[in-house]
Design a protein around this ligand. Sequence first.
Ligand SMILES: NCc1[nH]cc(CCC(=O)O)c1CC(=O)O
Length: 309
Amino acid sequence: MGKIIRIGTRESELALWQAKTVQAKLEALGHDTILVPITSTGDQVLDKPLYELGITGIFTKTLDVALLKGQIDIAVHSMKDVPTQLPKGIVQSAVLERAVAHDILVHKGADFLENHENSFTIATGSLRRKAQWLHKYPNHNVVDLRGNVNTRLLKLIENDWQGAIFAQAGLERIKLMPKDAVILDWMIPAPAQGAMVVVTLEKDTHCRQILSQINHAPSEMETKVEREFLRTLEGGCTAPIGALAQIQDSTLAFKGVLFSLDGKQKLEIEKSISLDDIEDFGKNCAKDILNKGGDALMQAIRDENSAIH
Ligand SMILES: NCc1[nH]cc(CCC(=O)O)c1CC(=O)O
């Protein structure tokens, strides 16, 4: 049944779970596959610098390089980690059916959420989560927390923070979702949170045709709108941006937010549209935000970011 499909993956437990899920779907269609965990980038073997190829994502660049070097045929990513502009020669070939998109709070006792007098400490490395937390709990502290999901859970145990924020989908996939975790249904998730995407070389029509068979069209549409919103707003700069599109029957309901870094300012849009009209919908929602003060807010965020780096 043709040649073996080499599936590139990062080595974290979550990444391996996601790659194995894609592997099972391809095997079920009768294809032979092999998982290829990739560790180092080996950038030097490419004949052009990474930035010239448009390779920017910190989580995705290792696999992008492996694809371009022909070491793997397909790469599996958490879609929210994929830059909105894919590298030259690499295309999105399948979006899998999305899991829950929400964020959750892992904590050591949730009573503090009802205490509005004292200050508490929450950990997250995400600008989006930090801004939304501070918007809702202005007298809390938010400290930085990085690393893969397992590392972040360990750091929460080791430190005297009250809690840390995670994507529900990530914790459920590796079966580490605590029963008492608080679902943050008021927090707007990252664009494409909870979705997995498979990318290939643009010229690899063979794999693209195979992957089209595991694509989930509604998840593809939802994430397209969310990522278009992000792409139009951010212009390559990381900012506290959330977006959630949900399809029900023939309608797509959208919520998008842009916050200042300190969470004090919030711009939002909430709008529904018929699936027949979604072509430029994400872009137009972003333009609406930009027109009602988002332009100035994004400029302030760019200035603050460049003052830090
Ligand atoms: N930034 C890391 C990352 N990338 C994807 C997920 C979770 C799975 C998903 O949202 O698809 C996570 C962990 C987290 O945010 O807690």
